[in-house]
Design a protein around this ligand. Structure first.
Ligand code: PLP
Length: 470
């Protein structure tokens, strides 16, 4: 056994061999910091020692640097890659929370780069040279687009809801319909957020029906707000009623109680011309008289993770001054990306092309079929006998808890591997460079081109090639 241990190469010999194995500037071996490479080599050699002790390796010739090199290179490349990596989303779910929700527009990416590569005027008033406010950078755009008097941006919409409730409702009672006590996922539940904020929840109505008189009867001197929560991630069908925004606004105004609406997705575009159901837009809710409206930056808006609060100037002013705001504030990258994204909305037709989330959501079915044919032809050429490639009509989903149950017609490219199961293929594709995520349908691994950019076709093709060659 000692002979075997002695046959193992030294760490330094392995490191030199790895340096010689570097193929391109982008090779993970070239990009990794030395300590990571050294750690990976140490782990690799430790594993071999373990195999020797376990008698899995009994021949010294298997332990020379030459015999170990191919697996050393492969394992080290895998071990030293950054943990957060690009993946290809061929699932057809446009706003996929597990894959980072919205893909940024080119312009947003450039704005982030500009803000990140040097110093920027994040809190610097360039007319006076004095201290400025980070929130003023996007406030004018948000007000122009939504019609609101004032706006504020925080870390995400969960933070926005918490901050609004903490500022306006702490110690008081907030009336919410039982039909709107939603859980968003990731343990964000309206009743629990309410509890955290120190406001008391006054539930009214029933799960399926709430009437205006339910709200009226629940108002007491302790009532500080009427809260509406957009039930964005599920649908109630059948015997169902919620009070409309105008009714609620009228009641709120008569009793001098603000109406707060958590819109969730918060779109600035009406998607009905694109075959999606009519969801209230931010501007419609502001115009409808809601006093404070909150929504996400990275759902249907297609921007960076952010929580956007728009509404009445006096209320936004109070929210901004809440010390909690400091703890929930967003960073310069968010503001850079958000400003660039919002600028597209000044020309909505242009936004539909420039903002990837909007482009994917509104992609027309004929265009998708054409692109699916292109991808299928390329895969047939490159995969040959390793897989059977077919097309089939199916549907995509918006995702991110937006437009639930809404089917967007699409065409899938289905890959049926010849020698392995579709499940094995799916598993192997998690480990390709980059990983490729798709759907399993009827024993085939399927790619939905809605969420795959043309520029990603060759990467998907390579990933499949790698996975089928293994
Ligand atoms: C998604 C959602 C949230 C949480 O928004 P994040 O930006 O994910 O923090 C809150 N309320 C509703 C209604 C939502 O749909």
């Amino acid at each position: 056994m000692n002979t075997l241990f002695r046959a193992l190469p030294s760490v330094d010999a392995c490191l030199s061999a790895l340096t010689r194995a570097i193929t391109t500037k982008e090779d993970p071996l070239a990009l990794a910091p030395r300590p990571l490479l050294r750690q990976s080599v140490t782990d690799f050699l430790d594993q071999k020692r373990e195999s020797i002790r376990e008698k899995d390796i009994t021949e010294a010739t298997l332990l020379t640097l030459e015999s170990l090199l191919p697996s050393l290179i492969e394992e080290t490349r895998r071990a030293v890659r950054p943990r957060l990596r690009r993946v290809l989303n061929a699932t057809g779910v446009v706003i996929h929370t597990n894959m980072g929700r919205s893909v940024l527009a080119e312009s947003a990416l450039r704005a982030v780069q500009e803000a990140a590569l040097g110093y920027c005027n994040l809190e610097l008033d360039l007319t006076t040279g004095a201290r400025g406010s980070r929130y003023s950078l996007v406030e004018h755009l948000l007000c122009t687009l939504s019609g609101a008097e004032a706006a504020l941006v925080v870390n995400n919409n969960a933070a926005a809801v918490l901050l609004v409730l903490d500022t306006l409702c702490k110690g008081g009672e907030v009336i919410v319909s039982r039909g709107q006590l939603v859980e968003i996922g990731g343990s964000f539940r309206i009743p629990e957020v309410m509890e955290k904020s120190g406001a008391t929840l006054r539930e009214v109505g029933a799960t399926n029906r709430t009437h205006l008189h339910d709200y009226e009867n629940a108002i007491t001197p302790e009532t500080v707000a009427l809260l509406r929560v957009h039930t964005s991630n599920y649908r109630v069908v059948g015997f169902h009623k919620e009070v409309t925004l105008p009714e609620m606004v009228e009641l709120g105004r008569a009793r001098n109680i603000p109406v707060i609406e958590d819109l969730g997705s918060g779109s600035l575009v009406d998607f009905t011309p694109y075959g999606l159901p009519g969801e209230p837009t931010v501007q419609a809710v502001v115009h409808g008289g809601a006093d404070v409206v909150t929504f996400s930056g990275d759902k249907v808006l297609g921007g960076p993770q952010a929580g956007i609060i728009v509404g009445r100037r006096d209320l936004i002013q109070r929210i901004r001054k809440n010390p909690l705001n400091r703890a929930l504030r967003c960073d310069k990258f968010t503001l850079a990306a958000l400003e660039a994204t919002l600028r597209h909305y000044l020309e909505p037709e242009q936004a539909l092309q420039a903002v990837p989330t909007l482009r994917m959501m509104t992609a027309n079915p004929e265009g998708l079929t054409r692109r699916a044919r292109t991808l299928a032809a390329r895969l047939r050429r490159s995969l040959g006998a390793a897989a059977r490639i077919t097309l089939r009509p199916d549907v995509s989903r918006v995702g991110g808890g937006s437009f639930p149950e809404c089917d967007l017609p699409t065409t899938l490219v289905c890959v049926q591997p010849t020698d392995i199961s579709a499940t094995t293929l799916k598993q192997r594709l998690l480990d390709t460079t980059p990983p490729l995520l798709g759907r399993l349908e009827d024993q085939a691994f399927c790619l939905d081109v809605r969420t795959l950019d043309d520029a990603e076709f060759s990467m998907a093709q390579n990933a499949l090639h790698q996975a089928l060659a293994d």
